[in-house]
Design a binder for this molecule. Sequence first.
Ligand SMILES: [Zn+2]
Length: 70
Amino acid sequence: MAVLSPPSPPRPVLGLPVDASTLARLHGAACIVCGDRSGPLAPAGYVYTGSGSGRLGWAVVACPRHRDAR
Ligand SMILES: [Zn+2]
């Protein structure tokens, strides 16, 4: 029987609690990479937060400079 490895998340899981600027990025209010709020911001996949075994995915956005550098 083959052992399946779990899919790895696209980014490292962020430990909780996060600071206010990180929370704004998780809410899609700023670029997930640099925190730019001026936009245009576009969907950039998901970031995960977690503590212990709990894990929560957030749909995040990125500015034009970081849209391709996920
Ligand atoms: Zn950016």
